[in-house]
Design a protein around this ligand. Structure first.
Ligand code: CO8
Length: 258
């Protein structure tokens, strides 16, 4: 595997783990980190031996935002011509499910990156926020859109306009995260979720992620039809035959595609 400066990449069985590792800046997401996360996640996505990816940070910070020092001196033409932050869209095109595991700060771009994950686990130490308003700007990596879709207008406006941080308990209550776990167990819990997903039949896992994501991009009628077409298509897999046979025979399925 290629070597990285700001992240660590490892695999455990069918699970790939990407750890943001830029402790001196609380994992602030600079351009180098963006390139590394995008390339590492694409490589894991292309590996048929990988069925789920865990994205995590440190005990103190998942990521404290985009790198403010890197952006501070730039002008509008430069930001526009570079299409600053557009590179992160590649991360949302990863087809393999991504389990985000957040401890400590997930602020600004860090919160936005967390929201790009498919299942989000928070340690009880996690703090989420969109503090860009305090810097004279607004979220720039999808925060205003993904937060509004995830938690609705009331909480999204509250967080984006005031910049206030919410704790893990509030994040779970409003539906921003899937589960809250004790900080000491975060990685093991995330690996457990990843292993559970990675043990399913991969075609059904990829289809399931595509189907849920379609809910955010289309009308209900089109989304339901899209789901039904994917459902029909899965009857072409041997894993559908095996899964349903195993149910009838009261045994565990032995999927081919995993
Ligand atoms: N960018 C660059 N460096 C950072 C960032 C960041 N986002 N966050 C922390 N660091 C650095 C600090 O500068 C410090 O470096 P140094 O030791 O060289 O001074 C080091 O990390 C440790 O940080 P602190 O000493 O501040 O640690 P504390 O424990 O005292 O505080 C906080 C932790 C509360 C997380 C604090 O670091 C903080 O408020 N960070 C910034 C949070 C923030 O505003 N994030 C949003 C950034 S903007 C964004 O993500 C969206 C992009 C939209 C466009 C924005 C245009 C500006």
């Amino acid at each position: 595997r290629e070597t990285h400066r700001n992240i660590l990449v490892e695999t455990r069985g069918r699970v790939g783990i990407i750890t943001l590792n830029r402790p001196k800046a609380l994992n602030a997401l600079d351009e180098a980190t963006l390139r590394e996360v995008v390339s590492a996640s694409a490589a894991l996505d292309a590996d048929p031996g990988i069925g789920a990816i865990v994205l995590t940070g440190s005990e103190k910070a998942f990521a404290a935002g985009a790198d403010i020092k890197e952006m501070a001196g730039r002008g509008a033409p430069e930001m526009y011509l570079a299409d600053w932050f557009a590179g992160w869209e590649a991360f949302t095109r990863v087809r393999t499910p991504v389990i985000g595991a957040v401890a400590g700060y997930a602020l600004g771009g860090g919160c936005e990156l967390a929201m790009m994950c498919d299942i989000l686990l928070a340690a009880d130490t996690a703090r989420f926020g969109q503090p860009e308003i305090n810097l004279g700007v607004i979220p720039g990596m999808g925060g205003s859109q993904r937060l509004a879709r995830a938690v609705g207008k009331a909480k999204a406006m509250d967080m984006v306009l005031t910049g206030r941080m919410i704790d893990a308990e509030e994040a779970e209550r409003i539906g921003l995260v899937s589960r809250v776990v004790p900080a000491a167990d975060l990685l093991e819990e995330a690996l457990g979720v990843a292993e559970t997903v990675a043990a399913k039949s991969l075609p059904s896992v990829l289809a399931a992620k595509e189907a849920v994501n379609a809910a955010f991009e289309t009308t209900l009628a089109q989304g339901v039809q899209f789901e039904r077409r994917l459902f029909h298509a899965l009857f072409a897999t041997e894993d559908q035959k095996e899964g349903m046979a195993a149910f009838a025979e009261k045994r565990e399925p032995r999927f081919t595609h995993r």
